[in-house]
Design a protein around this ligand. Sequence first.
Ligand SMILES: [Ca+2]
Ligand SMILES: [Ca+2]
Length: 262
Amino acid sequence: MRRTFAFTLASVLVLGMVCIPIHFIEGAVVQSEDPLPTVCIRPENITLREGETFSVSIIIANIPADPGMIGVQFKMSWDPTVLKALNMTEVMFHLVTPPSEWFNIWGIKNVVDNSVGYVFYAYVWVDPYRAINEGYAPISGNYTLATVTLQALSQGSTTLHFYEVAVGDENGRAVIVSADMLSDYTPLFSSIIIDGHVKAWNLKEDINVDGVVDLFDATLLGVHFGLNAGEPDWDAKVDINGDGTIDIFDMIAVAQKFGESI
Ligand SMILES: [Ca+2]
Ligand SMILES: [Ca+2]
């Protein structure tokens, strides 16, 4: 348990340096060190076993208060032979103006397409002038736009690639657009758009599922050496050959794959 916690904490700390905001996921809006509007994904890098499911949050950060945004869209694609999306849940409470009037939000697109391998998300205030007249400022700051749950279908790696990303203000101006839309729009702000990356594999010798069979997997074997199924601290992931005991044969298995990575 202690190891798992330490590993998770380390992951959060590392990710915290790569992608901009994380604290607001838990409810608090924070200032970023980077002033540019940013679209990114949490977690940004994922390694997991084939068959496992995971969720990512689609995040927009540093939306400038002047002019703010009243609509946002993005597409995010992946290799459909590696991943399958199970659902996309919009996290759009911040877009409701007033908060009880859900009909004042136009959910233009909430599409999950596993044949092509992409999601398409587009939401906009229906009547921004009324909302603004009632005292609701256009959206600024940092928000989670959506949560996408995916499953690793097979061993492989893929980028979770953002494209056709656009944020608009109440006057129909482009606040930000992604690089693939720059020929059509001149945005008010430059932006940073950061793709995610997923690695899925089925190598059970990678005990800690970090994408490489190395010393840390061997260390886990050492810590659990001699344990039998059902005993305290038993961890089935360490029993490589699945025979109910952690012994020399599991060590041999790890040794044979030592150094392999996806
Ligand atoms: Ca490993
Ligand atoms: Ca074993």
